[in-house]
Design a protein around this ligand. Sequence first.
Ligand code: SF4
Length: 306
Amino acid sequence: MEKPRIILSRCFSYPVRYNGGIVHDEFVEILKKYINYELVCPEVEIGLGVPRPKIIILKDDFKKRLYQPETGRDLTHEIKKYISDFVKKVSGIDGFVLKSKSPSCGITSANYYKDDKIAGRTDGFFAEGVKNHFPELPAEHEGRLKNLELREHFLIRIFSYAEFRRLEENLDAGELVKFHTRYKYLLMTYSQKNLKEMGKIVADGKTRIEERISIYKKLFYNSFIRRPSRSKHFNTFLHIYGYFSKGLNQDEKKHFLSLLDKYKNGTAELSTILEMIKNFSYRFSDTYLLSQKYINPFPEELIYTS
Ligand code: SF4
């Protein structure tokens, strides 16, 4: 599998927190084995030392500021300048994993203050900057990635986007066909509408490949923004079942369909159904199904790590 390129908060690897601490997160540690990553610490980059007096977000109806109460420094200009330089120079990335609750990195999880009191939660400055500049890319914090459904969605996106970047480098019409074929069931689950549109682009032999890949890219990235519902997975399972059901005996059919019902009702897990599909695919030596990204979207270890 192509390795995704991810931006990580530096404190997942080095002791750069305001108090000189480091963050140990089991999932992020395992993730590092499967990705190429770049470490950033916006607070160190703007010249704050380690350790350093705490900084906080001050926010009212009109503006949001980054402030260091102990020194009285307003760091808003410095952090905004750093973010603007950062987004200009970074490219070829597939997502972000940033430390939660930080006034710089915290995604939707940083406290903000009003009249000397915590008044709510917001994005940290860096988190907000990258979300605004890269709206098509997934950005999560380590706390949210403990939820297996959110983690699965994040992993599907980063591993899919990494493969797309490789396709984009080659600009080969044959590779586009193979890519689209492998993503058929995954795209069907995420967006039937986009799958159809993308099929037309793949079949269009008249338009230049550069142009086709550029239009395809927008639809591809856009397809994965929302997490699909159970009923969308259920629909894909029925399509796959239709594909291999001829090879099953009556008991196997009954068992598989009853599992699908359980999945739809929330009493069976996605991974259970996918394992059964993989088993049938191996039994029938079905290379088409085995090549589908839907049944093998990312390295398994990543979902079984706590
Ligand atoms: S949360 Fe961000 S700014 Fe804070 S120490 Fe970690 S990397 Fe640096």
